[in-house]
Write a protein that binds this ligand. Structure first.
Ligand code: NAD
Ligand code: UDX
Length: 481
């Protein structure tokens, strides 16, 4: 097998950046160039170390990422806006561009917008002067590889050969580096032809620098594409299922953590991904399920479409149910009340806010005319305002600025607040000086724990009224009835 010597990754985002950085780390003999149309993003990947020598200005925050970039950048890892040169020189090109849900036109609200994938594929066809392996890293609808093949074959120079592989990415944000260093599996889909199998083996040989062979699973192209949508749908389904149980727990006095633990002890169910929450967020789950729903409808399978859609319906309901609980507990009005929202990212250890449950909560609190004070350790103020003024969230930007303020610490957010809402499970909220928070809040002081992370008993001992998602009232207290 001819070894891969140069890799180009088109798309320097949350996936392309960390994924190809880890390839560079583990394959010193391969030159990896990550390119993007967005010059600001590339500049941020190339940003110099701060006074302490840390790469604190990378465009993606991931534990451990900065250290790996520092180690490899300039050695065999490069970030560039010269897309054409990087494609031209590469033996293998990862397409790792965004595939968001379409906002308008056919399939709006469900189908994946594939125009970034198509644009990059056309670029590869236009500039290539040698044969290459093209790898779908982006999450795409089943059979996208066939469209890419047609585009490449119709637009490239005669005599060139493009082998298309599907290699979906399973990393989760916040744990990207450890997921990439130690993946449960690497999935590679190819055509069942000898050329397809050789291309798959060449890509596998890149991963084999650090991933044991038994964790590399090769399949057909369409299975690989569909497996990515299927895995995300199954994961999200677990969360919607446990959140549905959480509602029953709250109404009955059962404890969702105990129920989840009891269920997870069954080896057939397993303990992971059963944490009740305010609702799942992130750039993938909703988008990929909507994509699956659209695919099912296109295949004239309306029952299948409806089945998967329910996972999202339950998630939307979970978020609304939680914000309604805040309003009803605060004596049915939060108008002019100060609500401290702790956490804005869609999960801990990331600065990513895409589809974060916090956006929905803040919108609902604003609609009730509350004063919202937000604190998140990693999300910049500008991003929070951007998310809260997105069309569809709100159209009155000035009103948002007046109603929403950003705090520099969790305690600053708590000062004078009637209620604290934990929207993201950052560790620092677990270890907050809750006594101090209690002192500086209005009384009665409420805590609404949307992530089940605080010790409700200890907080009640301080004097807080506590609501934890999926837990019925612990003590008989008329305020909760
Ligand atoms: P992202 O938006 O962070 O990054 C995509 C990048 O591609 C952007 O920087 C954009 O400027 C660039 N781009 C778009 N068109 C381009 C073009 N024609 N040429 C060069 N660059 C171009 O997106 P992401 O979160 O990295 O996701 C990328 C893909 O990976 C998506 O399909 C997503 O579904 C999938 N995925 C994401 C995750 C995740 O956790 N974020 C996990 C697994 C899979
Ligand atoms: C997900 C998939 O896990 C990953 O394999 C895929 O590649 C991309 O999509 P990501 O969205 O980064 O990863 O994070 P994930 O850890 O899956 O969390 C998604 C959302 O679900 C977060 O809002 C998280 O807080 C929530 N969640 C997760 C729960 O509410 N309960 C859980 O038990 C687990």
């Amino acid at each position: 097998l001819a070894p891969i010597r140069r890799i180009c990754c088109v798309g320097a985002g949350y996936v392309g950046g960390p994924t190809c950085t880890v390839i560079a780390l583990n394959c010193p003999s391969i030159i990896v160039t990550i390119v993007d149309v967005n010059p600001d993003r590339i500049a941020a990947w190339n940003s110099p170390p701060d006074e302490e020598g840390n790469l604190s200005n990378l465009p993606v925050y991931e534990p451990g990422l900065a250290e790996v970039v520092k180690q490899c950048r300039g050695r065999n890892l490069f970030f560039s806006t010269d897309i054409d040169a990087a494609i031209e020189q590469a033996d293998l090109v990862f397409v790792s561009v965004n595939t968001p849900t379409k906002k308008s036109g056919m399939g709006a609200g469900f189908a994946a917008d594939l125009h970034y994938v198509e644009a990059s594929t056309r670029r590869i066809a236009a500039v290539s002067t040698s044969s290459k392996i093209i790898v779908e890293k982006s999450t795409v609808p089943c059979r996208t590889a066939a469209s890419m093949r047609t585009i490449l074959e119709s637009n490239s120079r005669p005599g060139l050969r493009f082998d298309i592989l599907s290699n979906p990415e399973f990393l989760a944000e916040g744990t990207a580096i450890s997921d990439l260093q130690n993946p449960d599996r690497v999935l590679i889909g190819s055509l069942d032809t000898s050329a397809g199998r050789i291309a798959a083996a060449r890509l596998a040989s890149v991963y084999e620098h650090w991933v044991p062979q038994y964790r590399i699973y090769t399949t057909g192209l369409w299975s690989s594409e569909l497996s990515k949508l299927a895995a995300n749908a199954l994961l999200a389904q677990r969360i919607s299922s446990v959140n549905a149980m959480a509602a029953i727990c709250e109404a009955t006095g059962a404890d969702v953590n105990e129920v989840a633990h009891a269920c997870g002890l069954d080896a057939r169910i397993g303990p992971k991904f059963l944490r009740a929450s305010v609702g799942f967020g992130g750039s993938c789950f909703q988008k990929d399920i909507l994509n699956l729903v659209y695919l099912s409808e296109s295949l004239n399978l309306p029952q299948v479409a409806e089945y998967w859609k329910q996972v999202i319906t339950m998630n939307e309901w979970s978020k609304t149910r939680f914000s309604n609980k805040v309003v009803s507990t605060l004596f049915n009005t939060i108008t002019e009340k100060r609500i401290a929202v702790l956490g804005f990212a869609f999960k801990k250890n990331t600065g990513d806010t895409r589809e974060s449950a916090a956006i929905t909560l803040c919108r609902n609190f604003r609609q009730e005319r509350a004063k919202v004070v937000i604190y998140d350790p990693k999300v910049p103020q500008s991003q929070i305002y951007l998310d809260l003024t997105e069309p569809g969230v709100v159209d009155d930007r000035e009103a948002v600025r007046q109603q929403v303020t950003i705090a520099c610490s969790a305690l600053e957010a708590c000062a004078g607040a009637e209620a604290v809402v934990i929207a993201t499970e950052w560790d620092e909220f677990k270890h907050l000086d809750w006594r101090k928070a209690y002192q500086i809040m209005s009384k009665p002081a409420f805590v609404f724990d949307g992530r089940g992370i605080v010790d409700a008993k200890a907080l009640r001992a301080i004097g807080f009224k506590v609501h934890s998602v999926g837990k019925g009232p612990e003590i008989v207290d008329p305020i909760w009835s």
